[in-house]
Design a protein around this ligand. Structure first.
Ligand SMILES: [Fe+2]
Ligand SMILES: [Fe+2]
Length: 329
């Protein structure tokens, strides 16, 4: 058997098991409860959808854009959870004949991601039954998983940690506080957030454990290359889905012929997706701290250079607030 490069923090694994047991929920009994989506409600709030940056939208169009993006938001989680679950099963191998608490924590994590994928499939069916025809989500969970799992474990755990931290940040900062959200949409991400909190802790533990196994700086350099390639792959998916969602939106509301507005729509949806799935996570203090501890300053500079073209993708409101703070100080 392999030796552990760093001692396991068993109490942290144990704590995730304890919380996971306490908050465990059921898709039908706790989350859906026989409900369907009411299209009079907003799905994804402005802080994530950036729909408030398109001043020409009527209130009904604004709401519809939040629903298109909310539908994609649920589908995107369903996609990433495929590779996250598979990677967790794979790294659990190190614990099979080792610490059984760590093993149980990873098994519960994987079980929860399987349940979440089922939840997001159910949500897609419910939303699809009521929304106008023509929506497309052509991202294959298995194709994405084949690409992601082709990269080294360090990079996959880094991306996973980033995703699970931003999913919590989105709930706390935007979804929880937003007024007039669809109660069902809000509940889906409330219950999801409850289980994701444990996942992020396990990601941090497993990512650090993997980091300690890297034999040389050259190996870590290669791992950083993989992480940069993964971010590029995510951005490719976002570009295609932003285009698909903007086209569906414009066609449905009859705005497709208005080239100036169509252009603004395409740009804003892509900006929103880059904000949701890449930039908001990179700004999370927990992610920055851990990444900063694991990589050298030269490696961090390479990551920052790769992210620089995406860094424009922050809500205009947040930028205005930052500018205000800068003026005050
Ligand atoms: Fe999940
Ligand atoms: Fe998760």
């Amino acid at each position: 058997m392999e030796t552990q490069a760093i001692p396991l923090d068993i109490s942290r694994y144990a704590r995730t098991i304890e919380v996971s047991k306490r908050i465990r929920w059921d898709i039908d009994h706790d989350v859906i409860r026989g409900r369907s989506f009411d299209l009079d409600h907003t799905f994804l709030p402005d802080g994530l959808s950036l729909a408030d940056e398109l001043a020409f939208l009527s209130p009904a169009e604004h709401r519809f854009l939040s629903q298109v993006q909310g539908r994609t938001y649920a589908n995107m989680f369903g996609v990433v959870e495929r590779f996250i679950g598979a990677k967790m099963l794979e790294v659990s191998r190190d614990h099979w004949l080792g610490d059984q608490t760590a093993l149980e924590a990873l098994v519960r994590f994987t079980d929860e991601e399987l349940k979440h994928q089922e939840l997001f499939r159910r949500i897609e069916l419910l939303v699809g039954a009521d929304m106008p025809a023509g929506y497309r989500f052509d991202v294959s969970a298995n194709d994405v998983a084949a690409f992601v799992l082709g990269k080294c474990t360090w990079a996959v755990l880094a991306l996973t940690c980033h995703i699970e931290l931003f999913s919590q940040a989105h709930y706390r900062a935007s979804i929880d506080a937003a007024p007039d959200l669809s109660p069902l949409f809000k509940d889906v991400f409330l219950f999801h957030w409850k289980e994701e909190s444990q996942h992020a802790i396990i990601d941090e533990l497993e990512w650090q454990r993997e980091d300690a196994r890297l034999a040389s700086e050259a190996e870590r350099d290669a791992a950083v290359d993989d992480l940069i390639a993964l971010v590029g792959g995510v951005d490719g998916i976002l570009q295609a889905q932003a285009q698909a969602d903007a086209t569906y939106f414009l066609t449905t509301i009859g705005m497709a012929g208005h080239s100036e507005r169509a252009e603004q729509m395409n740009a804003t949806v892509l900006k929103a997706y880059r904000w949701q799935y890449i930039v908001s996570g990179t700004l999370e203090p927990r992610f920055q701290t851990l990444l900063g501890r694991l990589v050298s300053s030269a490696q961090m500079a390479r990551i920052q250079a790769a992210l620089a073209p995406l860094s424009y993708a922050v809500p205009a409101r947040a930028e205005a607030m930052n500018a205000m703070r800068a003026t005050v100080h």
